[in-house]
Ligand binder design. Structure first.
Ligand code: NI
Length: 150
């Protein structure tokens, strides 16, 4: 098993629970934003689609360039998250041992591949919190955990 398996599991878990939390935001509120300068739930999902695809590209030897089809509704948002997250989880699980020490150039600096990958997993966790916070702004103050069915 890869030493990065826990990181891949973390990405799987938070993507799943982010999608679950998204299900508590009504269809007509997916575009809603709390302020003109803030992101809507749909914009957050598309930000993640860009980040996940760009990180996969750069860790696999390409440029840090987003490559994804932007989501426009719930169905495409869920599909985008599942697809891009599963592709990056595979890159994490299959990173060869000799690449653990290699670095990649991200727009904000140069990092080892494992650290760069962990930054993207952390971004999913960060935006998971934003989706949950949008729920509270819409009046839903419950904590939603898929594993508990709450
Ligand atoms: Ni982000």
């Amino acid at each position: 098993m890869s030493p990065l398996e826990p990181m891949a599991q973390q990405l799987d878990w938070f993507t799943d629970n982010l999608i679950y939390n998204l299900s508590f935001i009504p269809d007509d509120k997916l575009d809603w934003k709390p302020a003109p300068s803030a992101n809507s739930a749909l914009e957050i999902v598309n930000h993640l689609g860009g980040g996940l695809s760009a990180m996969r590209s750069v860790v696999c030897g390409g440029e840090y360039t987003p490559d994804f089809q932007p989501a426009t509704d719930r169905e495409s948002a869920v599909a985008l998250l599942k697809h891009q997250s599963s592709l990056l989880a595979r890159v994490i699980r299959e990173l060869p041992p000799h690449e653990m020490e290699q670095t990649v150039h991200l727009p904000w600096g140069e990092y080892s591949k494992p650290l760069a990958l962990s930054m993207d997993v952390t971004d999913v966790i960060h935006h998971h919190g934003q989706i949950a916070y949008i729920q509270t702004l819409l009046g839903d103050t419950e904590s939603h955990f898929k594993d508990l069915g709450t």
